[in-house]
Design a protein around this ligand. Structure first.
Ligand SMILES: Cc1cc2nc3c(=O)[nH]c(=O)nc-3n(C[C@H](O)[C@H](O)[C@H](O)COP(=O)(O)O)c2cc1C
Length: 380
């Protein structure tokens, strides 16, 4: 997710350094935008080194790029931490007198504020009235923690701990409180102790779906079948290899199951013990494997089940195949895609339910965001 992290000029601005690190470690792309006053409390080199990008605060630099609009429109989410009383007042009044406020006003992304200030400033009727107005406009607020403040006083006004801010921001999504299981990768059926029947699924689509579900606030379990790609934080991962292992790992209750793994349709009747010798003809007896998601849908009627249908590149019956699978498997939705998507960073999919169909194409990351939004929409 592309997060615009605004930092304003309070004593807690130095704590934003941990936020940049924490959000980046979860795989988010963090753009840091301090106010001029924030830079009195935390140095530009710290912010540049941690975010890996040059820091801009001047509205009138690189004017041709219209940076404030670009910054606002590129963001999937805006977090201001810490948010000063002064900033809160300016945002309430819509006073766009710096790059950050212009970017916020030019954005349609959800905005989260973590105010931090002295207790009397926090309790001041002006601050409280401003916060009420902001909340009524859909801006989400994390109340400050109580404790030791600058100057030795104590009371509400402290910036909450980094993890609390991250949880607050990431748990406000449409899948907040939901458990989503995503299966990914390709299963391997042993032929002997060193050889297997497998497929070329990289697991990329499943990982992107897991990330998109995590970013919508879900608790995500990724069941990873033979995946070599890195898996970002905030996702519980269970590693499996064969169809039987995948079946066992899937048998748990959840709100959503997305079956993105490429599951072998066959397994050996009797895998060879040891290593098969070469230079002799070999006949393998293959048995069909179970339809895991069809079984899961029967055993877990509480779950919204999404199956993938991989259709040959030249097959013109993609929709008919998807609709047939919807009924055959007894699932809520089918994501139909083409074999060219295997191992690729891009894809073209049709999301098919009994009620509607939607097509998405592009990078697997952005297609996954769209698919997860569709699924979240169906749950609500
Ligand atoms: C030492 C010091 C600490 C401050 N801490 C805070 C604070 O925690 N919260 C706050 O709202 N203002 C605080 N202020 C006041 C802000 O810096 C001031 O309102 C400033 O105009 C905010 O600018 P900005 O909102 O554009 O970043 C502090 C000022 C000083 C000198």
């Amino acid at each position: 997710m592309r997060i615009l992290l605004g930092i304003t000029g309070g004593i807690a601005a130095y704590k934003a350094a941990n936020l940049i690190r924490g959000l980046s470690e979860l795989g988010h792309e963090v753009t840091v935008l301090p106010t001029e006053n924030a830079l009195r409390f935390i140095g530009k080199p710290t912010l540049e080194a941690l975010s890996g990008h040059a820091i801009e605060t001047d509205m009138y630099q690189d004017v041709a790029a219209v940076r404030h609009v670009e910054l606002g429109q590129q963001a999937d989410l805006i977090l201001i931490a810490p948010a000063t009383a002064s900033f809160i007042a300016r945002l309430t009044a819509g006073i766009a007198d710096d790059l950050m406020l212009n970017a916020i006003l030019a954005s349609e992304a959800p905005v989260f504020l973590a105010p931090a200030m002295h207790t009397q400033m926090w309790q001041n009727p002006a601050t409280q009235a401003n916060l009420k107005t902001l909340e009524s406009r859909g801006i989400r607020l994390l109340a400050p923690a109580s404790g030791r403040l600058t100057g030795g006083d104590s009371g509400p006004g402290r910036l909450p701990e980094t993890q609390e801010i991250i949880d607050f921001v990431l748990s406000a999504g449409k899948l907040s409180g939901k458990h989503v299981i995503v299966t990914a990768g390709g299963t391997r059926e042993p032929i002997d102790e060193v050889r297997f029947l497998g497929n070329s699924s990289s697991g990329r689509m499943g990982i992107e779906l897991a990330i998109a579900a995590r970013d919508e606030g879900a608790k995500v379990t990724l069941i990873a079948a033979n995946i070599e790609l890195p898996i970002p934080g905030g996702i519980d991962t269970v590693s499996v290899s064969s169809v039987d292992e995948l079946e066992a790992a899937m048998d748990q209750s959840c709100d959503v199951l997305v079956m993105a793994a490429a599951v072998s349709d066959y397994k050996l009747a009797k895998p060879h013990r040891g290593k098969l010798p070469r230079n002799q003809s070999l006949t393998l007896e293959l048995l069909p494997t179970k339809d895991l998601i069809a079984n899961f849908a029967v055993n877990h009627p509480e779950a919204y089940c999404v199956a993938f249908a991989l259709v040959a590149q030249e097959d013109s019956n993609l929709l008919t195949i998807a609709e047939q699978k919807l009924w055959d498997k007894g699932v809520n939705a089918i994501v139909a895609n083409r074999s060219s998507a295997l191992g690729s960073k891009v894809t073209e999919v049709t999301f098919v339910t009994k009620d509607d169909q939607h097509e998405f194409s592009g990078e697997k990351s952005s297609v996954s965001v769209e698919l997860i939004r569709q699924i979240a929409g169906k749950l609500s």
